[in-house]
Design a protein around this ligand. Structure first.
Ligand SMILES: Nc1ncnc2c1ncn2[C@@H]1O[C@H](COP(=O)(O)OP(=O)(O)OP(=O)(O)O)[C@@H](O)[C@H]1O
Length: 241
C-alpha cells in the first residue's frame, strides 16, 4: 500500500541527511506507527510521502502510484493530517469541508452523511457555521480530521494526530483508524505517545537521526531486548546517545 525505498533528504546540500536511506512498507489492513525522538526525521519523511518535499533520492509509492512521477494520482490515494492544522481562517467549517469534498469529488449524498457522522462524533456540529478563525487549536484539528475522512482514501497519513485532541476525540480517532484497517485499508502515523503505538499498531518503525534503527511488530521489537521490555524501554534503549 505504501512503499518507501532508500529515501534520502538533506537540507544542506548533502552535508547531513535529515532522512538517510530509509526503507519500509505499510501493508493493507495495517496500522503502522512511525516513532522517533524530536528532530529524528519523522515530519520530513511524511512531507516526502505526501508530496510536500522532493526526495533527494529513492522512491515512494502510494497504492502503487509513484509520488514523484504521478503526484496528482498519488495524492488521490491518501488523506493527510499534518501536525499543526492550517485552515483557511475566514471560511466557515462547513465551507472548508465542502471545499475538500469538491477537491476530492465526493458526491453530495455521501458528503452530507459523512459530515453529519464525523461532526457528531467529534462534537463539532454546533460550530460548523462559524468562521474557523474562532476555532480553538483542538477544533481546528478536528475539522482537518473530518476533512481527511470525507473521501475515505486507501491510506491515512497522520502526523502526531493525538496531540491537542481531548481524550474522547482521541478515543474516536483510534476507533476510526481500526475501522479503516478492517476495511482492508491502511494507516501510517507518527507519534511520541508510545502507549498509543503499543496498543493500536500492527507494526512500528523507530527512526533516529534520519535512520531507521528498528522495525517490526511490537513483539518482534520486544524480542530484540534481553528482558522483553515495554515499548518505552525499547525506545529509550535504542535512541539513547
Ligand atoms: N526546512 C528545513 N530546513 C532545514 N532543516 C530542516 C528543515 N526541516 C527539517 N529540518 C531538519 O531535519 C531534521 C529532522 O526534522 P523533522 O522535522 O523531520 O523531525 P521530527 O522527527 O518530525 O521531529 P519532532 O518530533 O520534533 O517533530 C532536524 O534536524 C531538522 O532541524
Amino acid at each position: 500500500m505504501l512503499s518507501v525505498k532508500n529515501v534520502k533528504k538533506s537540507f544542506n546540500g548533502g552535508k547531513t541527511f535529515a532522512v538517510d536511506d530509509i526503507s519500509f512498507d505499510v501493508h493493507s489492513s495495517e496500522i503502522f506507527g512511525f516513532l522517533g525522538p524530536n528532530g529524528a526525521g519523522k515530519t520530513t519523511t511524511i512531507k516526502m510521502i505526501t508530496g510536500l518535499l522532493q526526495l533527494d533520492s529513492g522512491s515512494i509509492e502510494i497504492n502503487g502510484v509513484d509520488i514523484q512521477k504521478d503526484p496528482i494520482e498519488a495524492k488521490r490515494q491518501f488523506s493527510f493530517v499534518p501536525d499543526s492544522p492550517e485552515v483557511f481562517d475566514k471560511l466557515k467549517g462547513v465551507e472548508y469541508l465542502n471545499f475538500l469534498g469538491d477537491v476530492y469529488g465526493v458526491e453530495s449524498k455521501k458528503r452530507i452523511e459523512r459530515i453529519e457522522k464525523y461532526a457528531t462524533l467529534f462534537e463539532l456540529k454546533h460550530a460548523l457555521n462559524d468562521p474557523m478563525m474562532s476555532y480553538s487549536h483542538g477544533m481546528k484539528q478536528k475539522i482537518v480530521l473530518i476533512g481527511a475522512l470525507l473521501h475515505e482514501p486507501e491510506i491515512f497519513v497522520l502526523d502526531e494526530p493525538m496531540v491537542g485532541l481531548d481524550p474522547k476525540s482521541a478515543f474516536h480517532l483510534k476507533e476510526i483508524m481500526n475501522e479503516h484497517c478492517q476495511k482492508g485499508k491502511s494507516v501510517f502515523f507518527s507519534t511520541h505517545v508510545l502507549e498509543v503505538a503499543e496498543k493500536i499498531c500492527n507494526r512500528v518503525a523507530i527512526i533516529n537521526k534520519g535512520k531507521i534503527i528498528a522495525q517490526g511488530t511490537i513483539e518482534e521489537l520486544k524480542n530484540m531486548t534481553k528482558n522483553n521490555e515495554s515499548l518505552e524501554n525499547i525506545f529509550l534503549e535504542l535512541t539513547e546517545e
